[in-house]
Design a protein around this ligand. Structure first.
Ligand SMILES: Nc1ncnc2c1ncn2[C@@H]1O[C@H](COP(=O)(O)OP(=O)(O)OP(=O)(O)O)[C@@H](O)[C@H]1O
Length: 541
């Protein structure tokens, strides 16, 4: 056994047992949390065993220190069936499994004991912020409205489960999800949502961000308008493109650029890029991993499972701009993404200038090496045209309606997290869907299928994107083979078979949408305060 228990602790392989085999000693390496406790003694009951932690930490230790678990069979109790025969202790694998489960939670309490109250623990969070109702959710996180109690600043709090974190980084020596690190790196960029704070709880992380008020995400904004004018699209897109360029200059690649990840301040019209959950450090070489939204993903990913950072960002911006103007995505599925260029220019469902069409086609160039650069987007003639002010752009009735709606909706969300029932919570979020091409899913009627590229059906003309996309796991090699095959031989049979196969695969690979377990985790963390108090009693001993 040599298992990683948490990011900060590891169980080493040294089991030793007494001659009577009635007790074990497990040595545990403690890598980070060193404080000036000299001895801590805690007892837990594990099945028919008592588990004792002996922790001996010299004062001001800089090096990793170790402590021991001693597991002793209860003298009064013996259960032959459960884990062995009389006088036969649990088998090592069973014991190790139980230990691992128990240890991951107990280590968190241990950290509190060693360091006193953590400055990034849940009780500190509770002291500083008042959590309110849910604001939005995606594939990997739930975002809550909250208020900073000291000055009533409105904030958004995103909870991400530890198990959903794919990439880690370090801030001041502490291991954090890459999302926090990337947000911190972009904290000075005006168009990026500002990271205010973050907290670590055993189940995951709480990211505290600024929350413009009143605000709306761009998906809802476009949906509310049906479509937005070219002037409005320019006003918003220019800010987004500048922000993406600035992120890249800070060596941050967002990798999930889409309307759902842009928040619009309805008073000023300024846009804020959110959700750095798929972000990573920008590099010159190609990437072979992807966690973003597939309908915004460039063809090279589906065909070669590789992409270059800047080039992929330009493609996503092209999808975003097309979507802003048309109220629908340009591609319905991977096959569309890989084959649309063979079928001529993309259809437009609204009148659009030649300049904006030119910019979109330059962003959505099939060959990444021929695709325009981020700088070329910023210098494109369409981007250089003067735009109206936000006040003038929003003077029409529709936009006012959206603003008023947002004002009211915030008033409605005054209930605290503890008061919100789980059924209410589930009812209020029926829109998160997978991007599998299920009938009635987000992609049905969104964008253009290969067959509809030249002759858009009249019915589609009035349809708008109704539901948000969600994150999906990267395609498997089978999926990619299917897409490549489909792009090479676009006959109805192959396409149908390939997509059917992909659907089946996706069923297994889509991450589970967060459900009430996330909320339960938060509630559990709230009640942990009580548990910590009990741990405090042990420390006094
Ligand atoms: N700082 C914020 N201010 C206002 N609204 C926000 C903020 N952060 C997130 N939201 C809302 O919450 C929604 C979900 O947030 P976010 O995209 O970060 O979650 P996610 O789980 O990573 O989503 P996805 O699966 O789309 O990547 C957003 O679409 C937006 O509506």
């Amino acid at each position: 056994m040599n298992q990683k228990v948490t990011d900060n602790y590891s169980l080493h392989s040294s089991f030793s047992s007494s001659p009577s085999a009635s007790s074990y000693v497990i040595s545990v390496g403690l890598h980070t949390y060193c404080s000036d406790f000299s001895l801590i003694f805690i007892v837990f009951q594990l099945s028919e065993f008592f588990l004792c932690y002996y922790i001996n930490i010299p004062k001001s230790t800089k090096r990793p220190v170790s402590f021991q678990f001693k597991i002793t069979r209860q003298p009064t109790h013996s259960s032959p069936g459960a884990s062995g025969t009389n006088n036969t202790p649990m088998t090592l694998p069973v014991l190790a499994k139980k230990m691992k489960k128990l240890a991951s939670l107990q280590f968190f309490n241990l950290k509190l004991l060693l360091n006193g109250e953590s400055s990034r623990g849940f009780s500190k969070f509770k002291k500083n912020y008042k959590l309110k109702a849910e604001l939005g959710r995606g594939g990997f996180g739930v975002v809550y409205r909250a208020v900073r109690t000291c000055d009533n600043t409105l904030v958004a709090v995103k909870f991400i489960e530890r198990s959903n974190v794919k990439e880690w980084a370090r801030i001041n020596g502490e291991q954090v999800p890459m999302e926090i690190c990337m947000l911190a790196k972009c904290s000075k960029i005006r168009g990026v949502i500002r990271l205010l704070d973050w907290y670590s709880i055993p189940e995951g992380f709480l990211i505290v961000m600024e929350r413009p008020y009143p605000c709306i995400d761009m998906f809802d904004f476009i949906k509310g308008q049906g479509k937005i004018s070219e002037e409005m699209a320019r006003f918003l897109f220019r800010q987004i493109a500048v922000t993406v360029h600035e992120c890249v200059q800070n060596r941050v690649l967002h990798r999930d650029l889409k309307d759902e990840n842009v928040v619009i301040d309805l008073v000023t019209g300024s846009t804020k890029l959110i959700d750095f959950g798929a972000a990573t450090v920008l590099r010159r070489s190609q990437y072979s991993d992807f966690q973003g939204t597939r309908l915004y993903c460039p063809p090279e990913w589906f065909l070669h499972s590789l992409y270059l950072g800047r080039e992929a960002a330009v493609w996503s911006l092209g999808v975003l701009l097309y979507n802003s103007l048309n109220g629908r995505l340009p591609f319905r599925n991977e096959k569309d993404i890989c084959t649309a260029h063979l079928l001529g220019p993309l259809p437009f469902f609204v009148p659009a200038s030649a300049e904006v069409k030119d910019l979109i086609s330059k962003c959505l160039t099939f060959d990444p090496f021929q695709r325009c650069s981020l700088e070329a987007i910023l210098n494109h003639p369409w981007m250089k045209q003067p735009s109206l002010s936000w006040e003038l752009l929003t003077k029409n009735k529709n936009q006012k309606k959206t603003t008023e709606k947002m004002d009211k909706s915030d008033d409605h969300h005054s209930e605290t997290l503890g008061e919100q029932s789980e059924t209410e919570e589930e009812r209020s979020h029926p829109t998160t869907v997978s991007i599998c091409n299920q009938p009635g899913s987000a992609d049905e009627g969104v964008g253009s299928s290969a067959s509809s590229l030249h002759t858009p059906p009249k019915k589609q003309h009035k349809e708008h994107r109704m539901a948000k996309t969600s994150l999906l796991a990267p395609p498997t090699s089978i999926e990619m083979k299917a897409a490549v095959q489909a792009s090479k031989t676009p006959t109805q049979f192959n396409v149908h078979t390939a997509l059917k196969n992909q659907r089946q695969i996706k069923k297994h690979h889509s991450p589970q949408a967060p459900n009430s377990t996330v909320l339960t985790a938060l509630r559990r963390a709230m009640s942990r305060e009580a548990q910590n108090r009990i741990s405090g009693v042990f420390s006094q001993d």
